[in-house]
Design a protein around this ligand. Structure first.
Ligand code: NAD
Length: 544
């Protein structure tokens, strides 16, 4: 490899494949893969290597970026703002262990490293993830959001009981002026136990003074889209932002049925909103508004906001979308542990996951329909792993409707434990010659301190992908002379690492394995600076 070059942006890159001009990094990359076919009669496998040349462009100027959270006043929303303000203003605080400094632990972009290469003795050299290519510094994010509850963000951190008391006290002066924007509440979509919280809603009808009962207009849905669009535009203009990202971290909604003629195409879903169809949820309103404003939209909750019609709308508008459901603790570990067992040739027979938590998310999930959304997104996380090994799980042995692995998910609301979610998992597997292996995992931690770094990463990486474009170069190495580059595909499956039930482009299956998800991000960063994909052959050591 030619010696790496430095440049005014201080990016190490391989000049054989990359160049920088006018703050744009251009990288050439040959993507290699293998087409595998299996003869159904003889089971003979044939392989055909394929190659495709690409040219990538990355704008190296990091734009001024704003983030609008739906559910701003919730545990995640208020912890997200707290983490940014604590780091930005370098707020240290005391807990029972002594003085603590603010940090971004748990954020892959801020607190993890990537292997870049080796030194001349063959030892691995790692560099911070965020030092390779320019990424937004989370301290620079401009933050706002909507909530159906009017509490200001200083009140919210007290209510959420996530942060140490000393940190809360020090943050409150910075947070009290953050007031959530009014949101949209259609009572049918989140649990009825959230009804009392809804006092900050654009669609509230002036109350009937006799009964004191709150009423909400659910028959003006297109107007609701327009109001959210106006909020996005105003935030962008008021703060002179180049880029805004909208992220749903509000309560889990119930799932909606996919209905022909209603939410199956982009035209139908727009009509269904205009006709106030009952299966149009608040999250549909937010996602539609964001897509129409060409603003990336990320779904951090499990509900199926991305029905076919909405995906089609995002594709047609070339607007980035990603989801569903943050992959924080239990599920992240599950996607690692199951991969380990299956790759080791050990056969998981059952996985039982029990949770109890006492925060507002837990209260909402104590309602069956909302729990069902969570159950679906949590269940899918082992699918790709099981499918990858037909020695352990022969396809023809899985009887119709039967499951290769018994997988159960239980979530109970237990107020006393607050945000300190308890997750207990048992992995029961078959070993050789009739043996069995039982792994029990007991995990306790502040749920929102696991989820917030994921929100940071999702925002930072979504902004990064907004600056990346590419074009294909034909097999003779001839590129068309046009300066037309395509954006990455609107369904941002690159973000799967942070999501429990990754949304994928139609026709493709999600990748759940954490290692494979991270590998894709690492190798993308590497190719952009002209390095080959990482392998662990270590020939310096292993061959003479
Ligand atoms: P939370 O209940 O503390 O916060 C949700 C907030 O959303 C509340 O303040 C509520 O008032 C608000 N809200 C409800 N409907 C709204 C609407 N239509 N518009 C605007 N605001 C609305 O919950 P949380 O712990 O912050 O979790 C948020 C979401 O993230 C949940 O759906 C949860 O399932 C999901 N999630 C959390 C984790 C985690 O580890 N914390 C992991 C994966 C997914």
């Amino acid at each position: 490899m030619t010696a790496a070059q430095s440049n005014e942006c201080n990016i190490p890159f391989n000049p054989e494949f990359c160049s920088i001009s006018n703050d744009v990094l251009t990288s050439n990359y040959t993507y290699k893969n293998t087409i595998v076919t299996k003869d159904t009669e003889t089971s003979k496998i044939s392989i055909k290597p394929i190659e495709q040349n690409y040219k990538f462009k990355l704008n190296l100027n990091v734009p001024k970026t704003g983030i609008m959270l739906v559910g701003f006043g919730g545990n995640n929303g208020s912890t997200f703002l707290s983490s940014i303000l604590a780091n930005k203003h370098n707020i240290s605080f005391n807990n029972k262990e002594g003085l603590q400094q603010p940090n971004y632990l748990g954020s892959m972009t801020q607190s993890s490293t990537i292997k870049l290469g080796i030194d001349n003795k063959g030892n691995d050299i790692f560099v911070p993830f965020n030092s390779i290519l320019p990424l937004v510094n989370p301290n620079d994010l401009i933050v706002t959001g909507w909530d159906i509850n009017s509490a200001n963000l200083a009140e919210c951190i007290e209510r959420s009981q996530v942060l140490e008391y000393d940190l809360q006290s020090k943050l409150k002066p910075y947070m009290k002026d953050f007031i959530p924007l009014k949101s949209i509440y259609y009572p049918d979509f989140i649990a009825m136990n959230q009804y009392d919280r809804a006092n900050n809603c654009l669609n509230e009808i002036p109350s009937d003074h006799q009964t004191g009962k709150k009423e909400f207009n659910i028959k003006n849905k297109w107007n609701d889209v327009e109001m959210i669009r106006a909020d996005i535009r105003k935030f962008k203009n008021d703060n002179k932002l180049d880029n805004v990202i909208v992220l749903w971290t509000a309560n889990t909604e119930r799932c909606v049925p996919i209905i022909e003629g209603i939410n199956d195409t982009k035209e139908n879903i727009l009509n269904a909103i205009k006709e106030n169809h009952e299966e149009i949820a608040p999250s549909t309103i937010f996602a539609t508004a964001a897509i129409l404003e060409h603003t990336p939209y990320i779904n951090g909750s499990p509900q199926n906001t991305f029905v076919p019609g909405l995906i089609e709308l995002a594709e047609a508008n070339d607007s980035l979308i990603a989801g569903d459901d943050f992959k924080s603790g239990q599920t992240k570990l599950k996607s690692v542990l199951t991969q380990y067992l299956v790759d080791a040739g050990i056969k998981p027979l059952s996985i039982a996951s029990y949770n109890h938590l006492g925060n507002n998310d837990g209260l909402n999930l104590s309602s069956h329909k909302q729990f069902r959304s969570k159950e679906i997104s949590k269940s899918s996380v082992i699918d790709d792993c099981i499918e990858s090994n037909d020695i352990l799980y022969p396809k023809d042995a899985i009887v119709e409707g039967g499951k290769p692995v018994d997988h159960c998910i239980v979530i109970k609301y237990m107020k006393a434990v607050g945000d300190s979610k308890v997750a207990m998992d048992e992995y029961y597997s078959e070993l050789m010659l009739g043996g069995h292996n039982r792994i029990s995992v007991h995990n306790v931690c502040e749920d929102s301190l696991l989820a917030t770094p994921l929100i940071i990463d999702l925002v930072i990486m979504t902004e990064f992908f907004s600056r990346l474009s590419y074009k294909k170069i034909d097999e003779n190495g001839i590129e068309d002379n046009t300066e037309t580059y395509d954006n990455v595909y609107p369904v941002l499956a690159f973000l799967s690492y942070w999501l429990k039930a990754p949304l994928t482009r139609k026709g493709f299956k999600p990748i759940n394995s954490l290692n494979r998800q991270r590998q894709a991000l690492e190798n993308l960063f590497r190719l952009l600076i002209g390095l080959p994909a990482n392998d662990e052959l270590r020939f310096e050591e292993r061959l003479i």
